[in-house]
Design a protein around this ligand. Sequence first.
Ligand code: PAF
Length: 290
Amino acid sequence: MIILRTRSEALAWRAELDRGRFEDRPRVALVPTMGSFHEGHLDLMREGRRRVGEDGVVAISIFVNPTQFGPGEDLDQYPRDEAGDLAKAGRAEVDVAFCPTDPNEMYAGSRTWVEVEGLDQYLCGRSRPDHFRGVCTVVTKLWGLLRPDVGIFGEKDYQQLAILRRLHADLNLCGEVLGMPITREADGLAMSSRNANLDPAARDVALNLSRLLAELRRRFVGGERRASALLEGAAAILAPARIDYAELVDADALSPIEVIERPALAAVAAFVPSRAGGEVRLIDNTVLRP
Ligand code: PAF
């Protein structure tokens, strides 16, 4: 696996790939990550291989992006294991890993921010102001460096994916954005790097997020369409996890809805006690289609 550490190494690698005849160039799949890999990440990398084929290039980035963390959030506690991640990526047949060692590598001298207006005012955007500005900025930088034919993201971060699709279309970026279904543990827990910060008792509490979504789906399948009735008792189902939000929003516009008449996103965010004594904020979602 080729490891790229700096922006100039990444640009030189991409320029080398672009040499020769256009039709001979390998296709590139990019999986941007913040590391601490679980099966969900590896699923995205395997999908990358399926998309570009054996002659293509599967690239990942590992960068815990400081600009998407707000003051008091878990930037310092975010799990990091670069050596373990690179070993897992190697087994998943990743060809190239862009792993800047230092935030300055991505941001030194930078004066440009990328912001998608509107979609960031709902759900996570309300409790994490500037989070999506940080995500959009770093993903745009990664896209410019590695110029993928396909960039692959998980649907657990549904709002992030919706915002990145918009960004990709608005800025006429190359290639396409691909979303992949949530990878879950056998008991339903959505895989997340932050799960590494849960002890066994907290992991059990974390299951309340997927339990809530299962309950919403049960009520929905039973014919209920009113958001208030679907969400009734949500905080109690999540407890002792502290609710950030549990909402039904339009699956495209992400704006809150009162009655489900077209595909709706049921989305939840909650704080679960962490191994280290603080709290871990987890998210999960499911799409309900009438
Ligand atoms: O989903 C993530 O891991 C991050 O938000 C991303 C897309 C890698 C940007 O830092």
